[in-house]
Design a protein around this ligand. Sequence first.
Ligand code: PQQ
Length: 249
Amino acid sequence: MKPMLTPAELTDALRQIGAERYHNLHPFHRLLHNGQLSREQVQAWALNRYYYQSRIPVKDSLILSRLETPELRREWRRRIVDHDGDGQTPGGIEKWIALGRGVGLDSDYIVSGKGILPATRFAVDAYVHFVRDRTLLEAVASSLTELFSPTVIGERVRGMLEHYPFITRETLAYFDKRPVQAKADSDFALQYCIDHARRPEEQDAVLNALRFKCDVLWAQLDALYFSYVEPAMTPPEAWRPGDGLEVRQ
Ligand SMILES: O=C(O)c1cc(C(=O)O)c2c(n1)C(=O)C(=O)c1cc(C(=O)O)[nH]c1-2
């Protein structure tokens, strides 16, 4: 029989998965962060990534609806506000639209969902369905990629500011708050998993949920790489350079 991991061993095993398969390692991110993409390729990234952003509060609402105590719901509700805003302070979604506009896309086009790659949609929707259909423990564990996001975000912001003349600090304002929010989110989710995975099979399910989520992130970058980096195989009706641009007066 499999032994039960201690909290430290479970944490190490999760970190090991991140070290091997988190999306900071993906070739598309290497190109993005090292300044090796064209403005159009950065636009493709911003457009497709918006779809991920737009689904995050939807998947968090699904988790929220499954939580049994006011304390847990309060904690999870914060994530939704982080993305949707509170009607006064803009949330992450609004800031991502600003990022898209900052790289030249039209906001109505971004929000319309037109031009998003089929594989982006499949990967992101798979994440939403996962948190809907699996156990609550697996749903919470699938957010644990956020343990690793502060590092990749730091790398991305530094690299993009250094390498792309069309990128400003304001364009990347989305990322200002994310590392602190991600740390709070992932500290909570990790403790939840440690407390609620009480059998070796449940610990395995937690590890597998993180592997699945790494695949969700990886597949989105595969889609971008195969569609927009040479030799580009852009699917029919997907965004092409020149589509959906903001008209500047
Ligand atoms: O920029 C990134 O590389 C990155 C990664 C991740 C992640 O690891 O899932 C998230 C985010 N950003 C992010 O901005 C975000 O709001 C977010 C929410 C979640 C989640 O699973 O609940 N992951 C991420």
